[in-house]
Write a protein that binds this ligand. Structure first.
Ligand code: SF4
Length: 478
């Protein structure tokens, strides 16, 4: 992504989304339903607070020993027969996946849902190299047919209503008759995907948690497509970010209790897959070979910062975006990059760089709704403020790629003047007096007011300060 394009796109796309009543209605309806279902799952405030403290503790403990746990994960996976690969960048990860597929002579791939492979733009890469990858999660399948990216990390086609899906299926699925019946639409997708499962040479999936203690890959889902993708083809490639590691098997249940309840308001997902090895002699199903690709792509840099490293606790439940007043109005595609909503505003500038996505931390009201519902207690608003600071701080810490890219001389001068004003009572009095006299003469289009006045009325400066009024009324002496 061109840095300037990435930077400019959010604002422009937000305006388009806000003027699209259909899109806003689709999101509003879906998000209201998700918020209600989640609230019903966590009706006991005491239980919620205790459980999320435990979830946060599990994730924080794993991140505190990340390098050691990754080594342990590799050792135990290898002992189990899972081949482990390390990728520093998305380009490396793509090349590793392609190399594994080519070595196995695989040309047709079936995919389970995976946001990391979205981050890698893996489908396009494989297609350019002559390998067809079919998404098997229903939502992912729909947006693949539409040629779009996910607009939500759990429900990728949440931006579409059933009429749009009915039209899409009638257009793209051979022999499909137009119907708005949801059961018939699901059956049509299932019928089309059966052939893709049966003919796949390899399955690719994401990973929800990777357990270092046992070398186990945990994958949760509702449709059974994840289990089919990882057991039916002779080759399974799991791809994940390095932060998904957990120390022990006993760390999984608290997170399994938090994730589906936060994500979709379900007590638990329909399927919980735990993959610890390829097919063993005598077993009736499972792939002959399992590979695990561990992707860094800037995560080590995020991890190195004691404050921003909390971002990596994320378990990708999407509760923050379901409750975000910005995301629910502009939708996921506005964010341009893979991860939308509050977690995207945190993660994207850190992975891609503040010079590329430095506007995203500003797309927040800092209302703290995201932090209140985050099941692993990520202090999202605090970290957004930190990123805003890094974006304008000249010579910013190297922990944030592109730090200082939004620094401007006029803004620095403005804040220096502000400091001067507030540091000296005399300067403050003179300054407020001058603003009271002359501030209202400033035109609404003045550069220093333009960002505010483009969407709001010009602020009106009071002719007298509060101190002066209080003095006149005899409430204070000076
Ligand atoms: S930041 Fe918290 S609420 Fe948002 S997706 Fe991650 S875990 Fe869920």
């Amino acid at each position: 992504m061109d840095a300037k394009a990435g930077k400019m796109e959010f604002g422009a796309k937000a305006h388009v989304a806000l003027n699209d009543p259909k899109l806003r209605a689709n999101f509003r309806r879906a998000m209201d339903g998700l918020m209600t279902k989640r609230a019903a799952q966590f009706s006991d405030q005491e239980e919620w607070e205790a459980l999320r403290a435990r979830g946060a503790g599990v994730r924080a403990r794993a991140l505190a020993q990340l390098p050691q746990l990754l080594e342990r994960l590799e050792a135990n996976c290898t002992a189990n027969g899972i081949q482990v690969h390390w990728a520093e960048t998305t380009a490396e990860a793509n090349a590793i996946v392609l190399g594994i597929l080519e070595a196995a002579g695989a040309r047709r791939v079936i995919k389970g849902k995976s946001m990391v492979t979205e981050e890698m733009h893996l489908n396009a890469y494989l297609e350019a190299n002559g390998i067809a990858a079919v998404e098997s999660d229903l939502g992912e399948y729909i947006i693949q047919l539409a040629g779009e990216a996910p607009s939500h990390i759990v429900m990728p086609c949440i931006h579409k209503n059933k009429v749009e899906i009915a039209e899409l299926f009638a257009d793209k699925i051979e022999g499909q008759v137009y119907t708005e019946n949801v059961d018939e639409l699901t059956a049509a997708a299932r019928a089309a995907l059966r052939g893709s499962f049966a003919g796949a040479d390899a399955g690719i999936s994401g990973v929800n948690f990777a357990v270092a203690e046992t070398g186990t890959l945990v994958l949760i889902e509702n449709e059974g497509n994840g289990r089919l993708s990882t057991t039916l083809p002779p080759l399974h490639i799991a791809v994940t970010g390095i932060e998904k590691v957990l120390e022990k098997l006993e760390d999984v249940p608290p997170l399994l209790s938090l994730l589906p309840r936060s994500a979709t308001g379900q007590p638990i997902t329909t399927y919980v897959n735990m993959i610890s090895s390829p097919r063993k002699p005598g077993e009736k199903d499972g792939p002959n070979a399992v590979h695990l690709v561990l992707l860094d792509n800037g995560r080590s840099r995020v991890h190195a910062d004691p404050e921003l490293g909390d971002t990596l606790r994320c378990i990708r439940c999407a509760a923050c975006m379901n409750h975000c007043p910005v995301y629910t109005r502009v939708g996921g595609h506005t964010y341009t990059f893979t991860y939308p909503g509050p977690i995207g505003k945190l993660l994207t500038p850190q992975l891609e760089g503040l010079d590329c996505a430095g506007d995203q931390p500003h797309a927040s009201t800092l209302c703290k709704a995201c932090a209140e519902v985050c099941p692993v207690q990520i202090p999202i608003p605090d970290l957004l403020v930190r990123l805003r600071t890094e974006a304008v701080r000249p010579g910013a810490a190297a922990a944030v790629k592109g730090g200082g890219s939004s620094a401007s001389v006029s803004e620095s001068l403005g804040w220096a003047g502000w400091r001067l004003l507030y540091a000296s009572p005399l300067v403050y009095r003179i300054g407020t007096r001058l603003l009271g006299w002359f501030g209202n003469l400033m035109p609404a289009s003045a550069p220093m007011l333009k960002q505010w006045t483009s969407v709001r009325a010009k602020p009106k400066f009071a002719p007298k300060s509060l101190h002066e009024l209080a003095r006149e009324k005899g409430f204070c002496d000076e």
